[in-house]
Each structure stands twice: as structure tokens, then as C-alpha cells.
Unconditional design. Structure first.
Length: 216
């Protein structure tokens, strides 16, 4: 990882998970295999913020830990990328098990239960489906009829997401928006803005390397 962490994919430790790595990776992972309109790929980071926004409309009384779990629902993709749904099914249980282990490590790192309860899982699934329907029809070239056939039109869609217009953001903007939302939801001691100056320096270009690149 750019933070210097070494993450064991087969046995991931929460101690090796950094929110800056997650935000950086997700901001550069394309949803829909990159097959979307716009000057930029529509990133998983932007999708995560959208899903959290929709979850807030579905459950206005949802506590911060729930909303944080929604924001992080695709966090494993900062390591393994975003596989389109049909391919996930073809890969099978091994992929899902790896994804589950990574998500559990992320949750433990940020003081969440390793496995969300059924009610929270249902909220994440519904918000995620609404986000996917919105992305499909606004960015991925699906007609309303195609999206309805494949995803099913979410109930109360117009009320929950009808006013949202999507525009893919540059990776840096998507990363910043993700980190802002994380800081609004995470416990104070775990926020990206809490004592992160040293980590930000690591994530930047080391001075010696920059000088070497300039000379070359």
C-alpha cells in the first residue's frame, strides 16, 4: 500500500488497514468496468458516497456506525478491484470468502462488528441497488426498460433518488469527498484528519524520487 502497510490478502489484519489507502484505491477503481459516460471513470469511492446518501434517505434515524458501514460496504475493492456482478458469480465462493475476510478486517479497524446484522445488511443491499439503478440509467447507457428488467425498478425510486444527477468526478475529488464523509461518521480518534500529517507525507511523492524524476 502507498501508506507503507503490507496487507496479507489471505489473512488480513485490521492493523494493516488505513483509511487513506482505502480512499486512494477506491477513487481509482472504476465502476461498470469503466463503461460509463463522462471524462472520468465513475469510481467506487463516488458510488460509496452515493450509497450512503441514499441510505440516509431510507433510514433517517440510522446511527453513525450504520452509515459508516454503508460507506465502507465496497471497501475490499481497494485491494481486489470491482468485478462486475456476472463475473463475481462465475468466480464463485472463493472470491466471496476473500471479500468477506477483507471487509471484516476493515470493520474491525474502524470499530464496527466484523459482520453487519441482518437489518443493516438489508439497508446496504437496498441502498446499493438504488444506486446501481441510478448509475445504470444515467451513466452506463441502460434504458429504463433494460435497467428495470435487470435490476428491477426500486420502489419509491423517484422519492429516494429522483433528484440526484450523477457526474463522474476526477479521482482526487472523489477521494476527498470519500474522506470527508468518513470523517463525518467515524469515531474522532479514527478520522483521517486526526494526526494524519505523517501518513499524508508517506502517500505523497518522496522528495528524492521527485527530484530524480525531474532530472530525468
Amino acid at each position: 500500500m502507498l501508506s507503507g502497510r503490507r496487507l496479507d490478502l489471505l489473512d488480513p489484519s485490521p492493523l494493516d488497514v488505513e483509511i487513506e489507502d482505502i480512499a486512494h484505491g477506491l477513487s481509482r477503481v472504476a465502476r461498470w468496468n469503466g463503461q460509463t459516460h463522462g471524462d472520468w471513470a465513475y469510481s467506487v469511492a463516488q458510488h460509496s458516497v452515493l450509497t450512503d446518501r441514499i441510505a440516509g434517505r431510507l433510514r433517517r434515524d440510522a446511527a453513525r456506525p450504520w452509515r459508516l458501514a454503508v460507506l465502507l460496504h465496497d471497501a475490499p475493492e481497494y485491494v481486489i478491484g470491482d468485478l462486475i456482478t456476472p463475473f463475481k458469480g462465475a468466480v464463485g465462493l472463493d472470491y466471496k470468502a476473500l471479500e468477506a475476510r477483507l471487509l471484516a478486517a476493515v470493520h474491525l479497524r474502524f470499530e464496527l462488528p466484523p459482520v453487519p446484522g441482518q437489518e443493516l445488511q438489508a439497508l446496504i443491499k437496498r441502498a446499493d441497488r438504488i444506486a446501481a439503478y441510478l448509475e445504470a440509467t444515467q451513466l452506463a447507457g441502460f434504458t429504463e426498460a433494460e435497467a428495470k428488467k435487470i435490476f428491477g425498478r426500486p420502489r419509491n425510486f423517484d422519492r429516494l433518488a429522483g433528484d440526484i444527477c450523477l457526474e463522474p468526478e476526477p479521482p482526487l475529488e472523489a477521494k476527498r469527498a470519500f474522506l470527508r464523509r468518513f470523517d463525518a461518521l467515524a469515531p474522532p480518534g479514527l478520522r483521517a484528519s486526526a494526526g494524519s500529517e505523517g501518513r499524508r507525507l508517506v502517500l505523497g511523492c518522496p522528495p528524492n524520487n521527485c527530484a530524480t524524476r525531474k532530472r530525468s
